[in-house]
Design a protein around this ligand. Structure first.
Ligand SMILES: [Zn+2]
Length: 488
């Protein structure tokens, strides 16, 4: 590969050259949402970051199989295998079937992702669609002697596993510290050690999401689904596993342990984690009201915002930070991002009005090279965007005759700018939308003029407006109170 990519591997804690197991194929798994409420902005950042990574790998010629799951069962309210299933709880509170909750929030999630122009993954498997495979993996782990059954539930034996492997290798925690950090040693009930985690839980009578298994009628532990679905669709070993950094422990640590226990191989070559979002410098939290839904961001319907911002501007704002750095949302930062985004778009349009010169005063080839260098350095989108603006500066200078570009260089800049802006960063030109808004406004105005003509019985003028609009493919429809229209 002409441009080697380096990425930061959480597992080894260093930047490494990206060498896929079976090039040009790349397997990438990202932990998806638990669909029991509207997707929150922090999760959106994770999925938009991996969308950018998916897009760039594809741009570089890799054939990426991108798997992102939907958690539709088994995610309990807290990590210590207790509390209610998040989806079942919401279903109980809203008096709906759990699958109605799943359907509603899966659609909401997909809709928000589409608004952010995130490409759908290659496979979007669900936990409830893979109960059989989850039971099979538990049987394998039991056969290896690394899990045990108590009263119809099955737990992973962390201490036993740690005799031959290293539980904590991803998060950098060690087992003694973890045990001493456990607050409630008495409340473990069935577990041999507080670190053990559930692979299968026997359902209590009120637990409505339940399936038969060799051990009890119950449900799988939350960590299990990702191990099962990643190995089913990407193989026992695959290239990239991603997720938010809050999933590193215990979720991803448990995934590693389950796969090593069942399949006897290290499942993932590169672990990648995205950082968190803050809002006005503070943690987002529903309880303090310091929270913002994607929809509120688009409409401006939240006290912290002066106005709404388009999904593309929000995406651009996110891309201005490195995926592994924290990012703070605020009205002012979004306003600044909107200005920057508009400047980028104007620069790209300006390219088509520059008259070519005999010589270039701007080194387009090395500029293009630095764009690739930025992305190859652990997908550094803020550096890429800074480089794109260097290009925009040269374009604006050429427009004002303070610099010059040859026809070939203009073409190369157009190609490079559009590839990075639209294909890799996943931004969209927004003029299409605004010009259709303008057209609607013009038709509304003509309808108002026609109404005035009709009020003064000027039938010739009112018919003329109707007929000439029809000739343009715009049909007026006179209703009882007002006139509607369709544009073909
Ligand atoms: Zn997961």
């Amino acid at each position: 590969m002409e441009h080697p990519i380096k990425l930061y591997n959480t597992l080894t804690r260093q930047k490494e050259a990206f060498t896929p197991l079976n090039p040009p194929l790349v397997g990438m798994y990202v932990c998806g949402p638990t669909v029991y409420s509207n997707v929150h902005l922090g999760n959106c950042r994770t999925f938009i970051s991996f969308d950018m990574i998916y897009r760039y790998l594809t741009h570089m010629g890799y054939k990426v199989r991108y798997v992102r799951n939907i958690t539709d069962a088994g995610h309990l309210e807290n990590d210590a295998d207790s509390g209610e299933d998040k989806i079942a709880k919401k279903a109980r509170l809203e008096q709906l079937e759990p699958m109605e909750i799943v359907q509603r929030y899966t659609l909401d999630f997909r809709n928000v992702m589409a608004q952010f122009n995130a490409l759908p993954p290659s496979i979007e498997p669900t936990a409830t669609g893979h109960i059989v495979e989850q039971i099979e993996m538990i049987e394998k782990i039991l056969d290896e002697g690394l899990a045990y059954e108590v009263n119809g539930s099955v737990y992973f034996d962390v201490n036993k596993y740690n005799e031959t492997d290293n539980y904590g290798k991803l998060s950098g925690r060690n087992i003694e510290e973890l045990i001493s950090g456990t607050r409630d040693l008495d409340g473990q009930g069935e577990k041999r050690s507080p670190l053990d985690f559930a692979l299968w839980k026997k359902a209590s009578p009120e637990h409505i999401m339940r399936w038969p298994s060799p051990w009890s009628i119950g449900f799988p532990g939350w960590h299990l689904e990702c191990s099962v679905m990643s190995s089913k669709y990407l193989g026992e070993q695959f290239d990239i596993h991603g997720g938010g950094m809050d999933l590193k422990f215990p979720h991803h640590e448990c995934e590693i342990a389950q796969c090593n226990a069942a399949n006897k191989v290290e499942p993932v070559k590169y672990w990648m984690h995205t950082n968190m979002l803050t809002l006005n410098g503070k943690r987002m939290s529903k309880s303090t009201g310091n929270t913002l839904l994607p929809e509120e961001l688009f409409t401006g319907d939240n006290d912290i915002l002066d106005k709404g911002f388009s999904p593309t501007v929000v995406r651009f704002f996110m891309m201005q930070a490195h995926y592994a750095s924290p990012l703070d949302f605020s009205n002012d930062a979004l306003v600044a991002a909107e200005k920057g985004f508009n400047r980028l778009m104007e620069g790209i349009t300006t390219l088509s009005v520059i008259s070519p010169a005999k010589e270039s005063t701007f080194d387009v080839n090395s500029w293009k090279e630095s764009c690739y260098n930025a992305m190859n350095d652990d997908f550094n989108t803020p550096i890429l965007i800074a480089n794109l603006f260097e290009g925009i500066k040269a374009i604006n200078s050429a427009k004002n005759d303070k610099a010059s570009l040859t026809a070939d260089d203009i073409e190369l800049m157009r190609k490079t700018l559009t590839e990075f802006t639209f294909d890799v960063l996943g931004l969209k030109l927004e003029t299409e939308n605004s010009s259709s808004d303008k057209l609607n406004g013009v038709v509304e105005m003509l309808i108002a003029m026609r109404n005035e003509a009709r009020a003064t019985k000027n039938w010739a003028l009112s018919d003329k407006i109707r007929d000439e609009l029809a000739e343009l493919g715009i049909q007026l429809k006179d209703g009882k109170d007002e006139t509607g229209f369709t544009i073909n």
